[in-house]
Every structure is written in C-alpha cells, then in structure tokens.
Design a protein around this ligand. Structure first.
Ligand SMILES: [Zn+2]
Length: 103
C-alpha cells in the first residue's frame, strides 16, 4: 500500500477518491474520521489521506491528481488575448473589450 494524496480539505479528498474510482484505481481513505478526535495525534497526522492498495497504480494516480490540481487552478485570473487586459476569474468576458474568455 502507498499513500498518494493528503489534504486537510475533505471535499478535495472525496473529489480525488471519486477521480481514482472513476479510473478503476483501487484506493481508500485513511484517517477519514479522526479529525477532531482526541489523543496525542497531531493535527497533521489527522488529515485524511488517500492510499492505494496496489503500488503499481502510483504513477497513474499521481498523474491524475496532478491534473486534478492543475484544473483547480483554472479558476484564476486571466489575460485577454484581444487587448491584454487582466480579468478576474469570475469574468466570462473581458471587461475592457468584451471578448469572450478563450484560453
Ligand atoms: Zn479584452
């Protein structure tokens, strides 16, 4: 078994789990219920983790997770191709010239 992902954000853990499940990669969540637990474990140790039951999948899973994290960053400011104006991620068209967001 090998750990492939860890996050304090359970939503992300679930998203990554769903992603790997979707590709048929055998994995499970560890520490899922330990957050907020008492004892000597440090908060970091209590973060949910995703483990692969089979190390053979590690490279594939790492690649998918990297893509997942890259996709998350798409919600970042963008530069208009038409007029080079900087736009906030929430804008779908350039506020300066009205050109549609077209990465
Ligand atoms: Zn523009």
């Amino acid at each position: 078994m090998i750990k492939v992902f860890c996050s304090e954000n359970r939503l992300r853990i679930q998203q990554v789990k769903d992603l790997l499940d979707g590709y048929g990669i055998p994995c499970f969540i560890k520490n899922e219920y330990s957050i907020g637990g008492i004892g000597e474990i440090s908060p970091f140790d209590a973060w949910p983790e995703i483990w692969l039951t089979d190390n053979e999948w590690f490279n594939r899973a790492s690649q998918l997770i990297a893509e997942f994290e890259a996709a998350e960053k798409e919600g970042s400011p963008w530069v208009c191709r038409q007029c080079q104006e900087h736009n906030e991620a929430s804008f779908e068209i350039c506020w300066q010239c009205g050109t549609e967001f077209n990465p």
